[in-house]
Structures are given as C-alpha cells and as structure tokens.
Design a protein around this ligand. Structure first.
Ligand SMILES: [Zn+2]
Length: 564
C-alpha cells in the first residue's frame, strides 16, 4: 500500500469513528462494499475501492483492507469483485406516480428487440391473467426497436391474447385493439371512436383493428379502458418502483400529469405509510380545473407547505402544467399570461417551487418575461423553478434561465422522436438538440430524465446512451459532438443534476461521507463499456438509504424483505 492510500484509509476510519461514536454502540458498519470501482462523483471525481454504510448513510471510504476492519458480526459484506458502483440515478421529470397506477395490469414492450418477443410477453401475461382481464400495452415502444421493423397485426395480437381483450398503443397517434377489445369498448364504426379518430382499413377496405387519431383521441380512447382498483394501484406502485430500482434509479421528481387528481396519489401515500417506498419521490401538483387553477392550488396546499414530507416522499411545488392557458400554447392571450403571472407570483410568495412544460424556443420568451416580472417583485431565483423539455433551447434562452436560477429538466425525447424533429427543424437544428453542452457551459442547472411513460421508455441507461451518442431508436445519429457531454457529465446530470430539482443535492446524488447511502452496483462498467452497450446496463444491487431494495445474481441473497 502506498503512503497516501494509508493516510486516506486512516482518515476514513477516523471519520467513521466519529460517525459511529454513540453511547454503547459498537464501532461496526451495517453494510460494507469491498473490491469495487466506486464512482463517487465527489468534487474531485474520486474513484474508491471500498465503502462502509451505517444507519442509512455513507460512513467511510478506504481500501478494502481498512474497510474490512469495520465488519462486525452483523455487518453484511458485499464483495463487488471489481464491479462499478454509481450514486443512485434520479429522473428529474418522469410521470412515475401515474405510470405506477396501471403498471400491475399492463404488459410492457420496453427493451423487446423483436415483435415476436413482444407478442410473447402478451402471451405470457394472458396465461397469468384472470378471465376477462384486459392486456394493455400503453406505449413505450416503437416499431424501430423490432427486428421486423413493423407494428403487430390484429391477428397476431389476438393470437397472443387468446380470450382476453387487448389494447396496444403507439405514441399518441395509434392504437390497436383485438376483436374482443373492440367489442368490450362497443366500437364498430368511426362514430364509436373518440373525436378525430378513425378505424383504419386495409387496401381491400377491411378494418385492421387499428385506430388512428391525435393525442386527445388516443388519450380519450385509453381512458375508456377499465381503470385499476385501489389494491391494483398499490401493487402497481410497488412493482413499478422496484422495476425502476432494477435500473439503478433511487429517486424521481414527478411532475403530475394529465388526469392526475388528488385521489390518484392515495396509492402512493399508502405505500409510503407502509414504509414500503423503495424510491424517493418529490411530487408536484398539476393544474386541476381550467379557470380555477389558482384557487385549486390555494385549497390543495393550505396544509401542504413547500417541502412537506420526509426523505422518501416530499411535496415539491406546482407544475408541470401550471395553468391550462399557457400549456402547449405558442401564442397565449394576454389573459392567459395575466393568469399565469398571478399564479407564479402566488407561488413565489409561498416560497414554492414551480416547474413548467415548454416545447418551443421561439415562444418560451413569453414564459421567461413572466418569470422576470415576478422576480423583480418577489425574488424567485433561489426557489428552483424549472422548465421541462425545450429541446431546441437557444443560448440566449439558457442565459435568461441561468440569470433567474431556473433549471432545465432535459429528457431523451429525441431518442424516440429525433427523425420527426429533424424533418421539422432541419439537420442543423438536430445537431444541437438538445443543447446539453451549451447549458453546462452557461452554468444552467440540468437534470436528466425520460418523461416516461406511455410515450417514452423509463430506462435511464437508454437515456444515458442517447446523451452520449445522440442516436435515435432507429439508429440515426443526430446530435453533434459539440453538444455531447462526457460520460461523467452525463452521469452527473442523472444524479446530482436531478437531485437539485428536489432540493436534495446536499443529501444525495453523489457518494460522500455523511450523505444518504443511495447507490447501485452495475452489471457493466459504465465508464469503459462501448457506448452502444450502455443501454443494456442494469443494476445488480440497488440501495436506498442503506436498505437493499433490489438485488439480482450474484447478490440476490442480500435483498431485504419489504412486506409485499
Ligand atoms: Zn411535459
């Protein structure tokens, strides 16, 4: 051992001694991780070999030999065998609470590389389902991911689903139903389909089972499917969060979503009360009724001050739809803007965080004008307001955001939608979308994420790969090297960067003594594996606050029983 390592080891032990020195408490750790490559993401980007966890927090780093000395009779010892450990990933913009509600009754096609395999998942679900249960694929896939490069036919879906009614949605523009599904929803002609929707026909005029339409059509169609009961919602929440743990996620920042009313949070609250949350959730209130948004916020937050909650579940303000008049609207009226201003001013006065969905750089100035006006009257720059999406953000916009302390929640939407973006805005615009490096250079707070689900996959490793190679799911490389971050920068955005949006970067997001022990042991070395393989990385062991919430071989025996 060289002298420097010896000194570091000694200091680590000294820190641990302090951390564990309590009356009558043995100086041993709860869990130690040895012989690894621990990417701490501390200020010096240190890589450590071993660490100790005690009472949910990181207690020490050092050589494996030093850390081994902290093992007592009850200490669990995880031999990393050279594997890479990262701080737990945090998605800064994911509709996780909503996705979880229906997860236990859905089939997902995320990661299926062939249509045959995807249909196999439907067949498998049909085998487990009770008579009359629906089989629902609610998005998160594209034909481009399949070897066959096409959508399923109705006959194929019906063959896989058997007796069960089945529904498969593609983005927000198309859905396929089996004959049993069409019958269950009483759909026979175009008149039975939600507005602007059409039953598709083949060249011979035969109905294909496909329904095309716009976002409103498909959303309305989806809402006709039976909604899961409370027990299913609770089961779905547990199962979905565990699925996110499998992919190294230990936290989410959740921006509400279409149709998310207060009653839709009850399953989440139940899981929290049962102490069964395996993921830290920071959640915001979405605009409720058009016209009474401010009144709704006032009512809903009277007993819910900003930051209310604990380390697992915390109230994080309002958004991503703050007011319907400004939502997805490039030319809001003066009235819309006045209403938004009133709400924003109220939020600033209540020291509330606010996050807003915005799609176009060309119209975002209207939002920033309002933010600047509010800031002049009620300073909001330390309240961590944020704009989500904005894939074509200009440097000027990012500068205004930086000046206001407004963060940017950035997602891999262009992984699925890059070709369309390129067609619409041109190759030059696609080369710099989203402008990740420019934002970092300007010092804007950037959080990474997926905007899952229904449209996007929630897999953070797919998003990380896309951040590094700019390639769409179809394999087209769009973003140029000038807007491509390094592997470490991408990882920092997915950890510390996202933690900022939950006011939590001092508590988690990096592996530093005293911080919460949120981490994941990876199946492959994120820093070394070819970029193309990053999308296939999984967690082998995920820890949240020192609790092992997910573990797979060779660590399966470490998973702690959470009452299910
Ligand atoms: Zn959004």
């Amino acid at each position: 051992m060289n002298p420097i390592a010896r000194i570091t080891g000694f200091c680590a032990l000294a820190v641990l001694g302090l951390a564990l020195a309590g009356p009558g408490r043995a100086q041993t750790a709860d869990i130690i991780l040895l012989h690894g490559k621990i990417l701490t993401l501390d200020e010096r980007s240190s890589i450590r070999e071993a660490m100790a966890v005690s009472e949910g927090r990181i207690a020490a780093f050092g050589s494996s030999m030093d850390i081994m000395k902290l093992a007592g009779r009850k200490t669990r010892v995880v031999d990393l065998r050279g594997r890479t450990v990262i701080p737990g990933l945090i998605d800064s913009h994911i509709h996780a609470i909503r996705a979880a509600l229906s997860y236990s009754v859905e089939v997902n096609w995320i990661g299926a590389s062939s249509l045959a395999g995807a249909l196999g998942r439907v067949r498998e679900a049909a085998r487990r389902a009770k008579p009359g249960d629906w089989l629902i694929v609610a998005g998160g896939w594209t034909p481009e991911q399949f070897e066959e490069k096409r959508r399923p036919t109705q006959a194929e879906l019906a063959d896989a689903a058997g007796e069960h009614p089945a529904y498969v949605q593609l983005f927000y523009g198309w859905a396929l139903l089996t004959p049993a599904g069409l019958k269950a929803l009483n759909i026979a002609t175009d008149a039975d389909v939600p507005p602007r929707g059409k039953l598709e026909e083949d060249a011979n005029g035969n109905k294909t089972g496909g329904i095309s339409g716009d976002t409103a059509t498909i959303t309305a169609l989806f809402s006709r499917l039976p909604s899961p009961g409370f027990e299913q919602r609770v089961a779905g929440t547990r199962a979905f969060f565990r699925e996110l743990n499998r992919l190294a996620l230990t936290g989410v920042v959740d921006p509400g979503g279409f149709g998310m009313a207060p009653r839709d949070y009850q399953a989440l609250f139940k899981v929290w009360q049962d102490k069964a949350l395996t993921l830290r959730v920071a959640y915001t209130v979405f605009a409720q009724k058009r016209g009474s948004e401010l009144e709704d916020y006032r009512n809903l937050t009277q007993l819910l001050p900003m930051g209310m909650g604990d380390e697992m579940l915390r109230f994080n303000g309002i958004g991503e739809n703050v007011a319907w008049g400004m939502y997805n609207n490039d030319s809001p009226s003066d009235e819309d803007k006045a209403q938004f201003y009133e709400i924003a001013r109220w939020a600033a006065g209540r020291r509330m965080s606010l996050n807003m969905h915005w799609h176009n750089d060309r119209s975002v100035g209207q939002l920033l004008d309002i933010f600047e006006r509010v800031d002049r009257e009620t300073p909001m720059r330390d309240l961590r307001w944020a704009i989500a999406h904005l894939n074509d953000a200009s440097a000027a916009t990012l500068q205004r955001m930086k000046a206001l302390g407004v963060g940017w929640a950035m997602q891999d939407a262009l992984y699925f939608d890059g070709e369309r973006f390129q067609k619409e805005k041109g190759a030059e615009a696609a080369r710099r979308a989203p402008p990740i490096k420019t934002a970092l250079r300007l010092g804007v707070k950037v959080g990474a994420g997926t905007d899952a689900h229904r449209v996007a996959s929630y897999n953070p490793f797919v998003a990380l790969r896309w951040m590094l190679d700019g390639k769409t799911v179809g394999g087209t490389a769009l973003r140029g090297p000038e807007e491509t971050p390094t592997r470490e920068e991408a990882l920092r955005m997915y950890t510390l960067g996202s933690a900022w949006f939950a006011h939590d970067e001092d508590r988690r997001g990096s592996l530093v003594v005293g911080k919460l022990a949120d981490l994941a042991v990876l199946s492959k070395d994120y820093m070394k594996v070819p970029v193309a393989e990053i999308g296939r990385i999984e967690s082998l062991l995920t820890m949240v606050g020192g609790r092992i919430v997910y573990a797979a071989d060779p660590y399966a025996q470490f998973e702690e029983g959470i009452r299910r």
